[in-house]
Design a protein around this ligand. Structure first.
Ligand code: SF4
Ligand code: SF4
Length: 385
């Protein structure tokens, strides 16, 4: 094993920052491993049952707030921010996105989920950052995380200056809004911590007022059981009837609390092509026709199987979903219905969706063309004789 070189912490941090920018990260910080002050809040949130059926949130116990117990030997946490607003977004993207939930002809998918699977993108780039670091200082113990249940990501981000925790509970920054992913590199050596930024929510409560399901039950306190992101992505069961009207045409996630946040006028476009929108509308199915497709399709076994699979694999997104769904021996029309996981299952829970539904799919262009042909064939077959 090579020996670890001695290094100057500040110089190394400056070098890390340069590498991180080259890898597509917009910002990095460093947090210590003592998150004891966050433990009571985390425990109270769990005790209130606000995590719903996300049992994994409780499974790691206090380790979530103790990075050195979660990954023994951790001495510092390098935090990163990666902007995901698609680079082709129009200047008025907030207005465009805000109009989607009002348009019953659309099935709305959260902005962050329209490109490649961000877990893969961030993990690969965090690992590349670790590899460069190892090249400079010698081998070191580390582990990368992104959107991982055992890690208190927003707490680490807030402590290291990536942003402050907004009243909607997400991290946000004066110069970057909140349209970004977080990631962490746990390292087994101490780096100088970077200072937190001042919070700037002030008297604003726009996110609380805008939440369609009143999921932000108090500033900085989210009842996930009411949150549309949880209900359409994490929740393994029917959407409660009393919340369905508020969920509306959002079939995967929800951006409302971010869209109204005044700081998102400073949201940055992604430096990467990975988050360019991959999803394309493939077909318009009037509700009745959608039912026909589901109920009277020539592939009922496939549809039933696909709905089951879609539910069971609700967490798969982006290119992971594409690969997974294409591996299935289903007809292409069925694949198009479930190419975006949970869309089928969610739609089945949304009888209130009005006149039309756009089935959005995440499949390569050739499949889109094929999907159009199959969709037209299905529509023709569905005509009364
Ligand atoms: S994501 Fe949507 S439902 Fe969840 S807190 Fe934000 S506005 Fe409310
Ligand atoms: S909408 Fe207002 S209260 Fe909510 S996070 Fe943004 S600044 Fe804070």
């Amino acid at each position: 094993m090579r020996e670890r070189h001695h290094f100057d912490g500040q110089q190394l941090l400056a070098q890390l920052r340069e590498w991180a920018h080259g890898l597509g990260f917009s910002q990095i910080g460093v947090a210590g491993v003592d998150l004891a002050a966050a433990e009571p809040g985390m425990q109270a949130w769990l005790a209130a049952g606000f995590h719903g059926s996300m049992a994994y949130m409780a499974a790691h116990g206090l380790k979530r707030a103790r990075p050195a117990e979660l990954v023994p030997g951790t001495a510092s946490v390098v935090t990163v921010r990666m902007d995901y607003l698609p680079r082709a977004s129009p200047a008025d993207w907030v207005a465009t996105e805000s109009a989607r939930p009002l348009d019953p002809a659309q099935g709305v998918i959260s902005i962050y989920a329209r490109g490649r699977d961000y877990h893969k993108v961030l993990r690969a780039r965090l690992q590349a950052l670790a590899d460069r670091l190892a090249g400079a200082i010698g081998p070191f113990g580390h582990r990368v995380f992104t959107d991982s249940a055992p890690v208190l990501e927003v707490e680490l981000a807030a402590r290291s200056g990536i942003g402050w925790r907004g009243k909607h509970t997400l991290a946000l920054h004066r110069e970057g809004g909140s349209m970004f992913f977080l990631g962490e590199l746990f390292v087994d050596f101490a780096l100088p911590p970077t200072p937190p930024v001042q919070p700037h929510c002030g008297t604003c409560s726009a996110c609380i007022e805008a939440c369609p399901t009143q999921a932000i039950v108090a500033p900085y306190r989210l009842d996930a059981r009411r949150c549309i992101s949880y209900l359409t992505i994490e929740h393994d069961g029917p959407i409660p009837v009393e919340l369905r009207a508020a969920v509306g045409n959002r079939i995967y996630g929800c951006d409302d609390c971010q869209l109204v946040c005044p700081w998102n006028k400073y949201a940055r476009l992604s430096a990467l092509t990975d988050f360019v929108q991959m999803l394309a509308p493939i077909a318009l199915y009037p509700d009745a026709l959608l039912s026909q497709v589901l109920m009277a399709s020539t592939y009922p076994a496939d549809v039933a199987e696909a709905a089951k699979w879609s539910k069971a694999n609700a967490k798969q997104k982006g290119d992971a979903a594409v690969t997974a769904v294409q591996d299935k021996p289903w007809d292409n029309s069925v694949k198009s219905l479930v190419a975006f996981p949970q869309a089928l299952a969610t739609l089945a829970e949304k009888p209130q969706l009005s006149t039309t539904v756009i089935i959005l799919v995440a499949i390569p262009e050739t499949m889109v063309i094929l999907g159009f042909v199959v969709a037209i064939l299905i529509l023709l077959r569905g005509e009364p004789a």
